[in-house]
Write a protein of this length. Structure first.
Length: 255
């Protein structure tokens, strides 16, 4: 992949990772949700995808739009064709998070999940997906599922892409390093917003989950820059900053 294509994909992944930010300001949700899914599919070269929106009253995920190129399916969104599928509970009857299904897991954990082959995983229940495949003579394989956040950093939905396709052969493949890209760009968004504690946490998580990530050099450089930022402020044990969590506890003068 050339440098321009890589930069475009990374920029798009940051859009996908924070798509929910725009939902709060957009009146026509159906149009925006459809645009988000179409853009995400194109960026990741996915055969299909679904957007689920959180119903806070019922604590469920409701199907908002489903697209699939191979099956020539377009439901929900602006299509005017309803999705005849029941909502998915985010929590069980006892209030515990529902973690056997990937979409509710992402909604409750706020974590991106990248699955290479749905038929080969044991920690999520894909029985419904397999039954769907049998009925429609389809084969769901790779899944990339991301949380959608609003301006209040609350999960308002889940974006799920299905079956990444090789841009040359058209064969179904995995989503590869896309999760790493999304995690790195999320950390970068915190960094450029000068929210250094959250940026540091995200960089650390990226390195922990992917010790050999291709972003290692950039992460090391950012973490050194964050350390240099903290070193600007001498320790003052008798002064404590309790008003601005973006600055050190000892920075009471907002220097």
């Amino acid at each position: 992949m050339d440098k321009f294509a890589l930069e475009r994909r990374i920029a798009g992944l940051e859009l996908v990772h924070r798509v929910g930010l725009a939902l709060s300001a957009e009146r026509n949700h159906n149009r925006l949700i459809e645009r988000i899914l179409v853009e995400a599919k194109e960026l990741c070269h996915a055969d299909g995808g679904t957007v689920y929106l959180v119903n806070e009253k019922n604590d469920t995920l409701e199907f908002a739009i489903m697209l699939n190129d191979t099956m020539r399916t377009a439901l929900g969104g602006t299509t005017g064709r309803p999705i005849d599928l029941p909502p998915i509970p985010i929590r069980a009857a006892d209030g515990t998070p529902t973690h056997n299904n990937v979409a509710p897991y992402v909604a409750s954990s706020r974590q991106t999940v990248n699955i290479e082959d749905a038929y080969a995983v044991a920690n999520f229940d894909f029985s419904g997906t397999k039954a769907f495949d049998v009925r429609n003579k389809y084969r769901s394989r790779s899944f990339l599922t991301l949380p959608m956040l609003n301006n209040g950093d609350e999960v308002i939905g889940v974006l799920q892409l299905i079956n990444a396709r090789d841009r040359v052969t058209g064969e179904v493949t995995t989503f590869g390093a896309l999760e790493q890209d999304a995690m790195f760009m999320a950390a970068e968004s915190y960094y450029f917003a000068e929210d250094y504690p959250k940026a540091e946490n995200q960089y650390v998580k990226l390195m922990k989950d992917y010790p050999r990530t291709r972003w290692q050099d950039q992460v090391d450089r950012r973490r050194i820059e964050i350390v240099h930022y903290w070193q600007q402020f001498p320790y003052r044990f008798y002064h404590v900053n309790l008003t601005d969590n973006k600055r050190p506890l000892n920075d009471t003068e907002h220097n």
